[in-house]
Design a protein around this ligand. Structure first.
Ligand code: OAD
Length: 249
């Protein structure tokens, strides 16, 4: 496989994009970086909340030990994200859903910015910070962006405790979401992996699955990642600058 490095899509890739019928995109924190949300490995993951490191406060163990503290941390994170707007990368991907016969957007992000930009069907591998889930019956509750509704401490269905509907350290990715992402990746002709360090599994395995099944895999990231070596094309640039180039008239 030929890897092309550059800051623009090649003619070959533009041709593939124009002809493609089935396209799949996997995004990570880098897609939201230009909206002002720090990436995990670019500093966000080093955050400390009330003396607890990020991977402790955001862990399955903490849900067991002190769910209230976990909520305080996620309430704080929602306050930060509430004022953040989608950037040209989210907007481009929202347009792409109308360009292809079959378009799938898979994200590791929990910020909801793809949906805020207009993407209607997003496979969320790590959940969504704007949802709560009952630990007993699994009932989901949408958390309002504008404080118009208070978060329910208990499930209105079964009185179980509510927790953030996000995948925490020590938890597995929802199997149904992963399965759907994998099937779409294996069925597409063109696969984009955008703004992820590709260090966290199982999400990081998806681009390789796509390629093994025959897709042309493109990485968009200002830095090289463990995936760069096998991608068919690597575009070293920012998602918000590169993605809009594809459907620019
Ligand atoms: P990382 O923080 O690991 O990686 C972010 C990637 O985005 C890096 O490769 C950066 O080079 C790249 N990047 C930065 N700015 C960019 C830009 N403007 N355009 C494009 N790329 C840019 O974030 P993820 O790979 O998303 O999981 O992290 C994966 C998972 O690790 C997260 O979902 C989270 C964390 O543990 C959970 O919380 C379950």
């Amino acid at each position: 496989m030929q890897t092309t490095n550059g800051a623009f899509p090649t003619e070959e890739l533009r041709g593939r994009f124009a002809r493609a019928r089935r396209v799949c995109v996997l995004t990570g924190a880098g897609v939201s970086a230009e909206s002002g949300i720090p990436t995990f490995r670019g500093g966000g993951g080093a955050a400390v909340w009330k003396g607890l490191p990020f991977d402790v406060i955001s862990s399955a163990e903490m849900v067991e030990r002190d769910l209230q503290a976990v909520w305080e941390w996620f309430d704080f994170r929602r306050e930060v994200i509430r004022v953040v707007r989608p950037n040209p990368a989210h907007e481009a991907l929202a347009r792409w859903q109308d360009l292809f016969e079959d378009f799938t957007l898979v994200t590791q992000n929990i910020d909801g910015l793809h949906q805020a930009a207009g993407s209607s069907e997003v496979i969320e591998l790590h959940g969504n910070i704007w949802r709560a889930r009952c630990v007993m019956c699994g009932r989901l509750e949408h958390l309002s962006h504008d404080h118009s509704q208070m978060r329910s401490p208990r499930c209105t269905n079964c009185e179980g405790e509510m927790r953030p509907d996000v995948v925490l350290f020590g938890e597995i990715v929802p199997p149904e979401a992963f399965e759907r992402a994998m099937l779409k990746a294996q069925a597409c002709e063109l696969f984009f992996v955008v703004g992820t360090s590709a260090l966290v599994y199982p999400a990081a395995a998806i681009p390789e699955m796509a390629q093994t099944a025959g897709a042309f895999v493109v990485e968009i990231n200002p830095e090289l990642t463990p995936l760069s070596g096998f991608c068919n094309e690597v575009i070293n640039g920012k998602a918000g600058e590169i993605l809009p180039l594809f459907d620019a008239r």
